[in-house]
Design a protein around this ligand. Sequence first.
Ligand SMILES: Cc1cc2nc3c(=O)[nH]c(=O)nc-3n(C[C@H](O)[C@H](O)[C@H](O)COP(=O)(O)OP(=O)(O)OC[C@H]3O[C@@H](n4cnc5c(N)ncnc54)[C@H](O)[C@@H]3O)c2cc1C
Length: 414
Amino acid sequence: MCASQVIIGDGIAGASAAETIREVDPDAEVTVLTEEGEALYNRILIKEFAKGKLPEAPVSIHDPDWYDEREIDLRLDTVVTGVDTGAHEVYTHEGETFEYDKLLVATGGTPTQLPVDDSDADGIHHFWTFQDARAIKESAEAADTGVVVGAGLLGIDLAAICGAQGVDAHYLMRGESWWRYALSKEGAEIIHEAMEEIGVTPVFDSGVDHFETDEEGHVTAAVDPNGERFEADFAGVAIGLNFNTEFLRGSGIETDNGIVTDEYMRTNVDDVYAAGDITQFHDVILGERAQNGAWGSAKEQGSIAGQNMTADEPDAEFNWVSSYSITHFDFPFLSFGHPTLGDDSVEKKYEDETWRRVALKDGRVIGGVLIGDLSAQSVLKKLARKQIDVSDRKDLLLEQGVDLDAFEDPATVN
Ligand SMILES: Cc1cc2nc3c(=O)[nH]c(=O)nc-3n(C[C@H](O)[C@H](O)[C@H](O)COP(=O)(O)OP(=O)(O)OC[C@H]3O[C@@H](n4cnc5c(N)ncnc54)[C@H](O)[C@@H]3O)c2cc1C
């Protein structure tokens, strides 16, 4: 009898699992359920579309034919509302039931709304789907003034969209600098200056107390907690994600701001796996639970889950240093691993737009941020992956041509 593999979510994690399962098991029944109305597209590129720099077509990755050709049953516009792990069944909003032998939950997250008055007014946008990008593009093209809220990797995309669309925008941040958990103020200054150059003004120790709207309910301004008012007929909010686990209530699957898995992407419930942004996975490099929000990591987790779902005994392990790059400015930017974690760090500014910070835990590299010169990324990622103890050679991490051989003392390799 052929196995029935059901995948919830057609983002990169779900789609990559479906592809892997089909490659490994030509006979499996594979079903992919997604609430979106379109098949897998490149979520990383929707910001370039919203900037007006890329048409729709190159953003798409698979069309429905891709699934047909592989005999993968893709169900668009299908919201999963419940899972019975005892009966091995999945339920949808239209009352359909799908039986599974193995189930993968790859449902990612949904942007969090600001808990302030009028945060759902017209012209206020959150950014996750291609549909969001279409609405953002249209709204930004028509706007003269804007605000962006959320000093992280998605907030900066919204700021860059304002810059590219000629919106005179203020970027309201809670602390003294952008992404303060990963960058020191000195590193962040490079980003602040680059924002100014594209026409976006950073505002520190700020945020949104409430929005103002016109009679039609369209946003006109944001007022920050200091009482300062910023005119805005466009607003972009990126303050975090709520992970899509609500349909798992009562299923027995352990959740904790996401779905808890081991390094094989198994949940605590037999035959149920999870992959992608939604996982709180056991990170074999960190030696503790972690969560990634990056495309490459979600793709790899989907592939690992697919391999293990088709194996008698799961043996493919997720062992990965993720990376995330930003291409909005005329210098490159890359963060890798877990730059916001750790118990120590080293950093250095080299030139005007070149800076590096490496985060360490127990004397081992766990992440970092590179601005301007990315040439060290491969060595730093290898050091993280191999968990080499660098505690007595930390200064070498900041050498411009950082050399792996300088660290590879076999006695220190785990
Ligand atoms: C604007 C933007 C820019 C980004 N830029 C970068 C970048 O430069 N580099 C990088 O590495 N990462 C980037 N990311 C992050 C990256 O896109 C994500 O880490 C990745 O897409 C996560 O994939 P996923 O498959 O885990 O989840 P998702 O892509 O979120 O897919 C989950 C899918 O599940 C569906 N779903 C949810 N609930 C249900 C349900 N109940 N029933 C059915 N379907 C459901 C959702 O609709 C969605 O289609 C960016 C993200 C955004 C939004």
